[in-house]
Design a protein around this ligand. Structure first.
Ligand SMILES: Nc1ncnc2c1ncn2[C@@H]1O[C@H](COP(=O)(O)OP(=O)(O)OP(=O)(O)O)[C@@H](O)[C@H]1O
Length: 226
């Protein structure tokens, strides 16, 4: 649907710690991410990027303000609702987080089976398709140890995308990659995003990928400055 807002924050504040150690990490964040496209979230270390990403990812509780994810208000949402929402997201982390004892296909299958009741044969077919999308059909039966850094991160991308998530949250997915592999991973996210109208929010320090973003949000000291 055109113009659909996938993520909308209004007056979002967040604190860490308690008592005297209590420290505000986010101040009055307003943002809206429309469906589709790739938004880069940038800013200095400690500016609050990961905090924003983990709040949107239902990985920490919203304390103050409003945060809506696919039409659901996260503030005050119950664990069952958060779990159901989390299953509609794809996560990609800085280090690929693949299981070393599982093949590429088995790792991607785990992404398909975060939803309960997905049978192995269905998950396996979906994993094979996702590995094809990231150009790794011929590596499906390899263990991570036998893949390059870029290939491992592409497996992680396939795992994040196998369940056709509405929103992909990526925390510095290219930090450990050389220039070519980093570009490939971002191009892949963009291409798949366009094809499936997936929204991607990508935290990065990486200037190499900013020219590929559709939108750039800059955080400084817990505030969105542009
Ligand atoms: N679990 C925590 N407990 C206490 N303070 C925290 C915690 N997580 C983050 N902070 C603080 O909140 C602020 C924002 O941190 P956050 O990790 O979101 O920044 P960031 O922009 O992602 O940084 P980096 O680029 O270094 O990963 C920082 O001042 C940080 O010290």
């Amino acid at each position: 649907m055109d113009g659909e807002i996938i993520v909308e924050a209004r007056g979002l504040n967040h604190w860490f710690g308690a008592g005297e150690a209590r420290k505000q990490a986010l101040f009055d964040i307003d943002l809206a991410l429309p469906r589709g496209g790739l938004t880069a979230l940038i800013g200095p270390s400690g500016s609050g990027k990961t905090t924003v990403l983990t709040l949107i990812g239902c990985l920490r509780a919203v304390q103050d303000g409003s945060l809506r994810l696919m039409g659901h208000e996260l503030r005050g949402a119950g664990e069952a609702e958060l779990t159901a929402l989390r299953r509609r997201l794809g996560f990609i982390f800085q280090s690929h987080n693949l299981h070393e004892s599982l093949t590429a296909r088995q790792n991607v299958m785990m992404g398909a089976q975060v939803r309960p009741g997905v049978p192995d044969d269905l998950a396996s077919r979906a994993a094979t398709r996702a590995l094809g999308l990231v150009g790794l059909s011929d590596r499906a039966d390899y263990l991570p140890a036998n893949l390059s850094g870029g290939q491992k991160q592409r497996v992680a991308v396939a795992r994040a995308l196998v369940g056709a998530p509405a929103l992909v949250l990526a925390d510095e997915p290219t930090a450990a990659l050389d220039r070519d592999s980093a570009g490939e991973v971002v191009d892949l996210l963009k291409r798949l995003g366009r094809r499936r109208a997936t929204t991607t929010l990508l935290v990065t320090h990486d200037n190499r990928i900013l020219d590929r973003a559709d939108r750039i949000l800059t955080l400084e000291d817990g505030r969105i400055v542009s």
